[in-house]
Every structure is written in C-alpha cells, then in structure tokens.
Design a protein around this ligand. Sequence first.
Ligand code: GH3
Ligand code: MG
Ligand code: MG
Length: 531
Amino acid sequence: MTPATTRSRASEFVSLTERMGFLHGLRAGFAVVALTFVALMSRDLDASLTEVGLATAAYLSLAAVAEFIRRHDKGRRVSVAGWMLLVDGVYVAWLMYMTGGTQSPLRFLAYVHLIAVTLLASYRTGLKIAVWHSLLFFVVYYAQAAGLVPARDGLIFALPVSSGDFERVSMLNVAALWVVALATATFSSVNERELRRQKVDLEELADTVSELDARTDPFDIADILLRRLGAAFGFERGVVLGSSRGDLSVLASRGVDQPGKMEPGIDPVVVNAWRTREDLLVRRVDPDTDPRLASAVPDARNLLIVPLFAEGTPLGVVALEHSSRSGTIKRWTVSMVRQFATHSALALRNVWLLEEVQRMAETDSLTGVANRRVFETALRRELSRSSRRADHVGLLMLDVDHFKRFNDVHGHQAGDAVLQGVGKTLAANCRDFDTVARYGGEEFAVILPGCAPEECLAVADRLRELVSQVQAEDPVTVSVGVATFPSHGLEAEELIKAADDALYRSKRAGRDRTTVFGGRATDEPASAAAG
Ligand code: GH3
Ligand code: MG
Ligand code: MG
C-alpha cells in the first residue's frame, strides 16, 4: 500500500465582459508608449506630438465610450467590445505608419495586443485579430508602395537595404506575428478546454446535489454518487462503504460483480482516511492488511479513497479505481470527488438522522419493541382492514407476574434485563406482520392479524412457554389475556378493555396462565409445564 495525499484548490471564473474590461489598461499603456516614443523621437519622425496626441485622445475617447456601454448596456456590450478590438488594430497600424512605417518599433504593440486578446477573450478571437493586424499591416505596406500615402518605411532605424529586402523583412514581420498568434492560441485553447471541462464538472455537481436532495434511501444516495462520478470522471469500478453506526457495509458498487457481505470490523486504510480526513491514493489493496476493501473491489489497482464526513462524523468512504497508467490523478478531479463525497455524506447523514428520529419515536427505548402509540395506531389499522375483509384480529395482553417483587429482590437493573428478555422473546417468535409492543411498565401487547380465538390461545400459550425460558435470577412467568375481533369487540378501546379483563382473570386465577375473554383461564401454568 502506498498512500499519497493530494489537496484541492478551487478555480476562479471571471466573465468574458469583465475580462474584456482589462483591455482598457492595455489601451492606456499604448497611449503612454506612443506619446513617450513620439516625444523622445520627434526629431527623427515626420509625426508631430500634437498629431499623435489628438489621434490618441480620439482613441481613448472611443475606449471610454466602449467602457460606458460595457457597464450600462448589457445587450450591446459584447458587440461593442468586438468593435473596439478592431479600433485597437487601426490605432496601432496608424501609429506604426506614423512612426517609421512597417519597420516602426511600435509595430510590436500589435503582438502585445494579440497576446492579450487571445488570453483574455479566446483563442478564436485571437486568431481573428491576427488576421486583422496582418490585413492592416499589408494596407500600410501597399499604400506606401503604391504611393497612396507618403512613404515612411525605414524612416528611423532604416536598414541599409534594397527595396526587395524591405519586402522580405515586412513579410517576416507578418510571419512573426502569426508565430506569436498560433503559439498563444494553442496555449490558450488548452487552457480554455480545461476551463470548459471544469464548468461542466461544476454543473454536474450542482445537478447531483439536486438529485440527492430528494432521496431518502441510503443505497440510492450511494448509487447516485458512484454513477455520477463514473460518468463525469470515467471511474469504471468503485464502491461506497458506509454505515450509520458501527461496521461498514457496501452501500453501492460499480463495475464489481455482487460484492459479498463484509466481515465485521473496519480496514486500517479506512481508519487512516478518517483519521487524517484526507483522500488517499492506494496503488494496490493488500487483502492481508485491508481484507474488506480488497473483497469489495477485487484486484483493485490505483484506488482513490475519499472519506465521507458529515459535520465531523465519519460515515464511510468512497473508493474509486482510476485507470491512469501513471498512477496519478488530476488535482481538479480529486477536488471534485471530494465535493461530490461531501454532498453525498450530508445526504446520508440526513437520511440516517431521520431514520433514527423515526425509530426513536416508534420504539420503546428499553426493549426495542414498538411503543404504545405505535401499538394503538397498528390496532386501529388492523381492525379497519379486517372489518373490510371480514377477518379476525387477535389481541394478547401479557403482564409479568410479581414483577414488583422481582425488582425489590434483584434490583431495577435485573428487572430491566427481564423486560428486555421478554420483549426480545416476543418479537423473535411472532410473524413479521404481527405487532409486539410494550404497553406499559411490565405489560406487553401483541396484535395477531388473521387469528381466530383458538389460534390466539395457542399462540398465547406458546409465547408464555417461551417467556418462561428467559434467563433471569428467578423464573419469569406471565399472565395473558386474549380478546379477538370481531367476537369480543369492534373498536380498539373495546378490544383492549376485553383483553385487559381476560388478563385480570388470569391473574385472579393464580397467574402464569392464559384466559380468553368470556372464557375460563387455562389451568396448566407454563412454569409447571416447563418443569
Ligand atoms: P402483578 O403480578 O399484579 O402484575 O404485580 P406486579 O408486581 O407484577 O406489578 P405491579 O403493577 O404491581 O408493579 C409493576 C412494577 O413494574 C412496578 C414498577 O417499578 C415496575 N416497572 C415499571 N417499569 C419498569 C421498568 O422500566 N424497569 C423496571 N425494572 N421496573 C419497572
Ligand atoms: Mg402490572
Ligand atoms: Mg405484573
């Protein structure tokens, strides 16, 4: 196992129009360079400072108008920014012509402009601007050659060369412009592709968060996490291990054939991820050291293990196999996986908290069986269902005999253990659709849908017999009262009263026996039968 830790960094996004605003700084820079250059070189130039100053003022005014529109007119700001790029080209070409023609040192401003536009806007815009600068360059060049404007080529720093060489040098200028354009565009397109990918990933994350929001099943949540991560980042195999308490189990898996049930315990690699709260890159999972993870993702290579934490509580891990040959994984991907994991962990925690609250509201905290509220609701539900189907419902009321005395002799804790034992025995020996509840202190109730009086009696005696086998300091016995729907009552209250009545008669008859409402108590105590 070779764990390595990676840390994530979020990227920042600035809108296109905001980025285009940065070009105004460049424009001011052009103006300063142009004016300084002309002021310093005025003796060698045909251009006067006034002339360049006026043109520059006009150029900056246009830039100011463009900036005003950028701030105030949403609809037009993109097209105005585009027009302004063309104006930049014209200004630079004019400066070039005024300060030495196609050999002017200021021709390099076109390169700077080109690079800035490519980086700030896009590589496509950069290439269009390269075409524009080339076109203007040729206009200046051929306008001089054709005598349309006074020739200024080579006015300063003129090379002592023939006109043929001039032509070659000018073409070289254009070639250099295109080398710069293509180099910047290539760099920029790679960058843009990455930014687009990141944008898509963030959108995927937002979609995932809203999909998770509606889920109330932990297996669903884990499945969404794996599916989304698989689709967005190409992870072909992976598992989500998690648990609301104690040992982890497989909540979801991808690309793994039916992972078996996990052994109890938690693998050291998971403990490590929880302790450091960092994601781990594991080149190989060793079945001797981390048997559970190794069985969940057999023969895993290059596993990215990200802990699932919600508000400081560890809930599990997501383990993803990545296929990169180098064994490394992009920081961005890791940071995204962490974000997906965080949102899923929160969703899992919410579901588990809700389940816990529901469980607490429905069960008796000491014995774990249903509480009285759930019992009453269940009884009403069963009665209305059975009245539609003309079916029976049996109700047993069980009361632990001489429990007060038991408590007095053996202490309250031993008494608690008896109640837990009785609850467990009843729950374990009833059908799934029966309801076992703690009705009060040492009294339990059992709802038996579909049971006629004779069947109820048999069930009651069987349960009585089983309860008498509960391990305790003294033998435990219960008295039972039985009432059935519809014979002994049509309403829940009526039926409870009938079962209570029968229970009272069991006690009166000497306890440890069963009485059906309106009938006689069974004579044979379970304790005697059990020997
Ligand atoms: P009977 O046979 O007539 O039912 O008498 P009993 O002593 O079994 O029952 P009684 O109704 O007189 O007293 C019930 C006792 O159950 C008194 C109370 O302290 C005890 N009890 C109620 N709830 C709990 C509990 O949660 N834990 C323990 N250990 N005892 C409890
Ligand atoms: Mg009692
Ligand atoms: Mg009792």
